[in-house]
Design a protein around this ligand. Structure first.
Ligand code: NAD
Length: 314
């Protein structure tokens, strides 16, 4: 059964996710503060909404794909926000796919849970509307090929209702637990990824200076205890693998800027929970430094090149 779906945030990721929903036959309402981003989906058959409030009035399910926590807060709780209607909420499920801090996810989920459902809301078996935090991995390629992985925090009822939409936009859905656990999973994944990328890059930089060919060293890593995604799937040394950013001047990947944002969120979360994450702190400083040096839009695997060239990163 097709539902009206509202998507807010039509950037690198959200535009592809919205287009996949449209192709699957959903009636789609879109909103972005950038008019041009809306226009290209309107040309493909979506209807434009002027505010998050209008999205909420016209949609059974809402998906947000925004840059950071502050944008998600504004879109939900702002004066023309998703939750601003006094007549109760039409959407019974609100799905936030942005990478934001788990505390903001939990706070918003609580707020959504205090809202009333409007008379026209689809019954999903919950007395109140439900919010899910559902950040993704898979990047722009995964968004376009509909092969994203969703890490979902929130109640089972919401997940069940949202599953058909997740399956249109992605391939895997992992229920992580209650509100905020999807965001937590995403931050933990990205901090481990950043540290492993920096570690592998240090090893390759030293190896090259010791005279070991990086392709040979990669073969050893990938059949030994140093094997990881950063060595066997997303190798940071130019020429070792085809089809990775390292082999196209570190273009078209996951930017240093977005990674620095995620590491910053992990540091905030660590502070809030009294956790000690010294390696994350160090890698965050290295990536902030790369951003300051003007590499903010380059892929994050370029840390290999900077280490090899001996640029001081802290
Ligand atoms: P983006 O900057 O390309 O897109 C964000 C969109 O949100 C823009 O079109 C912007 O105009 C819109 N927007 C911002 N504030 C708004 C507001 N108040 N109201 C309406 N629209 C607003 O970002 P992206 O690359 O699509 O990433 C989105 C999220 O997904 C981020 O949290 C990012 O960390 C995460 N993510 C990105 C990737 C990736 O490879 N790009 C991978 C996984 C996760």
């Amino acid at each position: 059964d097709e539902q009206n779906v509202g998507v807010i945030g039509l950037g690198n990721m959200g535009s592809h996710m919205a287009f996949n929903l449209l192709k699957a036959g959903h009636t789609l309402f879109v909103h972005d503060r950038n008019d041009a981003a809306m226009q290209s989906l309107v040309e493909k058959g979506a209807s434009k909404a002027d505010s998050p409030k209008e999205i909420a009035e016209r949609s059974d399910v809402v998906i947000t794909m925004l840059p950071a926590s502050s944008h998600v807060e504004e879109v939900y709780t702002g004066s023309n926000g998703l939750l601003s209607s006094s007549a109760g909420l039409r959407p019974s499920v609100l799905i936030d796919c942005s990478t934001i801090d788990p505390q903001t996810s939990r706070t918003l989920a609580t707020k959504v849970g205090t809202c009333r459902l409007s008379a026209s809301a689809v019954n999903i078996g919950s007395e109140t509307p439900v919010m899910l935090d559902a950040p993704v991995s898979g990047g722009v390629g995964g968004a376009s090929a509909a092969s994203l992985t969703f890490m979902v925090g929130g109640p089972e009822t919401g997940l069940k209702a949202a599953l058909p939409l997740f399956n249109v936009m992605g391939k895997r859905v992992v229920h992580c637990g209650g509100p905020g656990t999807g965001s937590a999973a995403k931050l933990c994944n990205n901090l481990a990824m950043a540290i492993s990328m920096a570690g592998v890059s240090e090893a390759f930089a030293l190896g090259q200076r010791l005279g070991i060919d990086s392709s040979i060293l990669s073969n050893i890593f990938n059949s030994s205890s140093a094997r990881c995604w950063s060595s066997d799937t997303y190798n940071p040394v130019p020429g070792v693998m085809d089809n990775v950013p390292a082999s196209r001047d570190y273009k078209g990947g996951f930017s240093c800027q977005l990674l620095a944002k995620d590491l910053g969120l992990a540091l905030v979360a660590a502070k809030e929970t009294g956790s000690h994450i010294p390696l994350t702190k160090q890698v965050y400083e290295m990536y902030s430094n790369l951003c300051q040096k003007g590499y903010n839009h380059e892929d994050f695997s370029n840390i290999f090149q900077r280490l090899y060239e001996g640029e001081p990163l802290h």
